[in-house]
Write a protein that binds this ligand. Sequence first.
Ligand SMILES: Nc1nc2c(c(=O)[nH]1)N[C@H]1C(S)=C(S)[C@@H](COP(=O)(O)OP(=O)(O)OC[C@H]3O[C@@H](n4cnc5c(=O)[nH]c(N)nc54)[C@H](O)[C@@H]3O)O[C@H]1N2
Ligand SMILES: Nc1nc2c(c(=O)[nH]1)N[C@H]1C(S)=C(S)[C@@H](COP(=O)(O)OP(=O)(O)OC[C@H]3O[C@@H](n4cnc5c(=O)[nH]c(N)nc54)[C@H](O)[C@@H]3O)O[C@H]1N2
Ligand code: SF4
Ligand SMILES: [Mo]
Length: 693
Amino acid sequence: MHTPEAAPAIATHCPYCALQCGMNLRPEPGGVGVAVEERADFPVNRGALCGKGRTAPAVLSSRVRLTEPLVRTHAGTLEPATWEEALDAVAAGLARTGRAHGPDAVGVFGGGGLTNEKAYALGKFARVALRTSQIDYNGRFCMSSAAAAHQRAFGLDRGLPFPLEDIPRTGCVILVGSNLAETMPPALRYLTELKANGGTLIVIDPRRTRTADQADLHLAPRPGTDLALALGLLHLVVAEGRTDEEFIAERTTGWEEARAAAMAHWPELVERITGVPVPKLREAVALFCAPESAMVLTARGPEQQSKGTDTVGAWINLCLATGRAGRPLSGYGCLTGQGNGQGGREHGQKADQLPGYRKLTDPAARAHVAEVWGVDPDTLPGPGRSAYELLDALGTDVKALLLMGSNPVVSAPRAAHIEDRIRSLDFLAVADVVLSETAALADVVLPVTQWAEETGTTTNLEGRVLLRRQALTPPPGVRTDLEVLHGLAARLGVEKGFPTAPEEVFEELRRASAGGPADYSGISYSRIEAEQGVFWPCPPDSPGQPRLFLDRFATDDGRARFVPVSHREAAEVPDAEYPVLLTTGRVVAQYQSGAQTRRVDELNEAAPGPFVELHPRLAARIGAVDGSPLAVTSRRGRAVAPARITDTIRADTVFMPFHWPGEGRANTLTNPALDPVSRMPEFKVCAVRVEPV
Ligand SMILES: Nc1nc2c(c(=O)[nH]1)N[C@H]1C(S)=C(S)[C@@H](COP(=O)(O)OP(=O)(O)OC[C@H]3O[C@@H](n4cnc5c(=O)[nH]c(N)nc54)[C@H](O)[C@@H]3O)O[C@H]1N2
Ligand SMILES: Nc1nc2c(c(=O)[nH]1)N[C@H]1C(S)=C(S)[C@@H](COP(=O)(O)OP(=O)(O)OC[C@H]3O[C@@H](n4cnc5c(=O)[nH]c(N)nc54)[C@H](O)[C@@H]3O)O[C@H]1N2
Ligand code: SF4
Ligand SMILES: [Mo]
């Protein structure tokens, strides 16, 4: 709608996923809302948006969001309070617990949707204002296995070592456990362009998804068997003489051990484990090895397993053995998920980490960051627990929690147990934009501003640092997360060091990250705007690095490291009592725990509630009727949701999306078995029983 006084559009990015699509926001006359407009100049999405991005302004409405702080009364209800009362109550609750039980009795839980500035400030708040080691965040549930495998093989974790624009120009892409067509719809274009250019696409997913529909070859392994599959392909590569010996000799170490491990996974064995026929394995190897360049991209399918790190390692080994890494248009990459899934893992809200992707256990890193923070390095705590272990410790070792940017009542594995743990806390404070299922359990709820109402940077799945500019004045009753941390720190006796201006925080982050693996010191707000984003690492005067590892890997000797890995079973395998495999994931119209998207009418109409996807053969065996309720039971609990019968899923597997609370909550069922390296829970495979209600 055009009016004479229409304000100029402001270029920004979507609040949701890691694609961080560019969009323009035009403030509506009167300053109460914004309209989303196409932003064709931003290269990642070139104007295209999915339904979530298009409807994001609906969550800005005061009808669905929090507009005043809430404090729990003696009668047990949440009632409106002033900001002074609310912040006093939070500071008192956290300080009381710390005094009574020591600083590590106070926990902090963050989110990969928080901007770099917020993630940085939250990590600093935990270590400097609370002096607790007990901080982690929901990114642990997201890409932590790929991050760990990246570190192990390449010495550096940036999700994609190349920009998305390289994808259409490579020869073959293996997409492992990513349903891009639903989880990053505008990125599907890169795959259709790949095919138009003569490249081939292999999709590996137990379901024939809308993404798999695009593939030249679709392999549908049993959930939890990707490790065997990757090893089987490597076995064939060796057996067929398709290794790149020159690359292996010049650019890698550890091949002999990795080769020996792969040779134990002969094709017939792999067929038995995965359910993928040997001829299809051979076809995949032929497609992958024929062109000059090729890529492997993984997402949550292979990563959210109790062996996710080794599984990603096996895919990296395949790339290294065939010389498809550290070369133009070739490599391994992870499609990170959350809006700031990349930056959120770099600046210190992770249990073992300091800003700039530095290690909390590294004395030089501690000294550098302590100097920026103006504290004695000896006062910085050591590493804490991982996300699930932290949530599991609530009410026992960890008695008070500050939560910012996650809704674990819906999204954590074994959610009924985690909900109990959260209820058993002495004190819970939640900063959120809506009254999420977790916020509803809090003693104090702090209503915060949203993407269009504040300024901050995110780092998208390519490692491209982006700027979101404030486009609109927030409602009077809300504050920014940075103002919350400033107010709490002051009440805890730390007057300085928690500025509220995002750019001031970013300037400090630049200094704190300088010289670290994720070096942002050469990046500024004005540079980001002038250049459509800047790729890290970016020391001063660097142009930024869209493409990594072309000359050397980030290891001490510059060589990539093969890691010898072998297949092992999922933590839980089907048996007589629980004979079916459950896997979980997403649908296009809902985002994560649904806290935001379940408040948007258009999205609810498209995806109104949970369901259980199952094959007609399984349906016939158990007597399931399409649309009728099914009970799904695991060792953790029972969930009920309507059956959705489709032949696009394996007959031994059912699928549930995890976006809803209540009876149909998928995470009531999931198994919190953790990967030993990344501490990632096994969201993608557990054993269940399925029966009509
Ligand atoms: N619409 C929407 N988009 C989103 C999000 C959202 O919630 N909704 N969340 C964002 C975030 S944070 C993330 S992390 C990404 C996630 O993006 P994706 O990883 O694409 O999403 P998922 O649906 O979790 O899983 C992808 C696929 O893995 C398959 N899968 C299940 N088990 C296995 C297995 O054992 N092996 C293999 N190979 N595949 C398996 C599932 O069938 C599913 O199709 O999406 C981002 N985008
Ligand atoms: N079964 C199953 N479970 C899963 C997964 C799966 O595939 N299967 N995937 C996992 C993955 S990959 C992820 S990433 C997690 C995500 O799950 P969650 O961590 O629960 O993520 P969200 O639902 O995005 O929760 C973000 C919360 O923070 C609020 N919020 C948004 N922006 C801000 C902000 O700037 N400041 C503050 N203070 N609050 C904000 C939102 O309103 C929302 O309540 O779920 C995991 N759980
Ligand atoms: S694909 Fe992701 S970033 Fe793009 S509009 Fe949709 S949710 Fe937003
Ligand atoms: Mo995620």
